[in-house]
Write a protein that binds this ligand. Structure first.
Ligand code: MRU
Length: 386
């Protein structure tokens, strides 16, 4: 469903978002990114809790604002969580760039969400850059470092798009008709600064003239596919169909899925992959049907400190994301309604771990790589500590 005209009018001219990349993600024809600094004391984000019903940008002016935006998922998706955390520290440096203030802000931000390693990665990088400097130099350095993280995210995702494109092109060469990609949750541009990870190859394919169609799931518990992926694909003009999470295996058995591409919140050193709950079931179904299952993973999402996925912290979210749902009624009102009996408890593990043996390959900014310890170590030699 396209967003209402009022929302499009709120987008503005995007003047603060100009960057030298060929294609930008479009919201009804207007190139748009998810986060941007406004001067050196404010940060603008899209409030993703209001999508797909309203497109609204809001300002963050303190580390507490940034932490709140991450915790309640106004911003979400591993790379965007990392970028927002970096800007959260830059916001801290506006009022107090002393060691204690930066450490407090980093602790506040680190406590927001546990699974995406990009959060810790961004905070450690910011502190490593700032703490050796005299306090008077830290504010400018903090905004510059956050901007560098932001720019690197765009470049990484663009490269993931380029490296993933041949996977789709090979399918398009084999037979006529659109390439059918299944993705789970939202690992598109809304989950990053621009381009997305899992959807970057899709956007690259569309740019290259390859017909592509996306099966969109994660329709429960958060509805990140239904609410966010569907919205951004519609906004950019990419053919897609929303499916109930349970439909994926059926479509795979019928030959209606050519490949799966998902994102990740954390890849362990051996290639085990944490991603939105339900990813594991898609990987199992893909494996059983001989369908390639690729994971788009930028370097900052890889955690070489964890030998395998068993120690990845899995976020537990509130049960009301399972027992309730938010939607727009036919009369236009946004309504939150209960689905389950009031007496029934609900559990809400937000992520799962897909073992590396079910992953056909990782699409990184450095190229395609097997999901195994040796291959990953060879691709990122500078990050090996043992
Ligand atoms: O709970 P979310 O919306 O932050 O979860 C997002 C995902 O699981 C994404 O697939 C992952 O962060 C990769 S984003 C490029």
């Amino acid at each position: 469903m396209p967003p209402p005209a009022r929302a499009v009018a709120a987008i503005g001219d995007n003047a603060g978002f100009a960057l030298p990349i060929r294609t930008r993600m479009n919201v009804h024809g207007i190139a748009t990114q998810t986060i941007a600094a406004i001067g050196d004391d404010r940060v603008e984000i899209i409030d993703q809790t209001r999508l797909p019903h309203e497109f609204v940008r809001i300002l963050l002016t303190s580390p507490a604002d940034a932490a709140e935006a991450i915790a309640v998922m106004r911003v979400r998706g591993a790379p965007l969580i990392g970028a927002t955390a970096a800007y959260g520290l830059a916001l801290a440096a506006v009022t107090d760039a002393g060691d204690a203030a930066l450490a407090d802000a980093a602790d506040l931000l680190a406590a927001t969400r546990p699974t995406a390693v990009n959060l810790r990665w961004a905070l450690e990088r910011m502190l490593a850059r700032l703490l050796p400097l005299p306090p008077a130099a830290r504010r400018a350095a903090a905004w510059a470092e956050a901007a560098a993280i932001r720019a690197e995210d765009i470049a990484q995702n663009r490269a993931i798009g380029a490296h993933g494109l041949p996977l789709l092109a090979a399918i398009a060469e084999r037979r006529p008709g659109p390439v059918n990609v299944l993705t789970h949750c939202n690992a598109g541009w809304l989950a990053t600064v621009d381009w997305g990870t899992a959807l970057a190859p899709v956007y690259a394919a569309a740019e290259a003239g390859i017909p592509v169609h996306v099966w969109v799931d994660e329709t429960r518990p958060r509805n990140q596919g239904a609410s966010l992926t569907a919205w951004e694909l519609a906004s950019h003009g990419i053919a897609h169909t929303v499916i109930a999470d349970n439909a994926g295996g059926h479509l795979m058995r019928r030959g209606e899925v050519d490949l799966c591409i998902v994102g990740t919140d954390r890849v362990a050193a051996n290639g085990d992959v944490a991603n939105k709950i339900g990813t594991y079931l898609k990987a199992l179904a893909a494996f059983d049907n001989g369908i390639p299952f690729h994971v788009a993973a930028p370097g900052p999402s890889i955690d070489f400190a964890l030998a395998d996925g068993s120690a990845i912290p899995i976020e537990t979210r509130a049960g009301d994301e399972v027992s309730h749902i938010l939607g727009r009624a036919d009369d236009g009102r946004l309504l939150r309604v209960r689905l389950t009996p009031a007496a029934s408890p609900a559990a809400n593990p937000a992520f799962d771990v897909t073992p590396a043996r079910l992953v056909t390959g990782l699409i990184t900014e450095r190229g395609l790589v097997a999901a195994d310890t040796a291959a990953l170590a060879a691709l990122y030699p500078e990050r090996q500590t043992r």
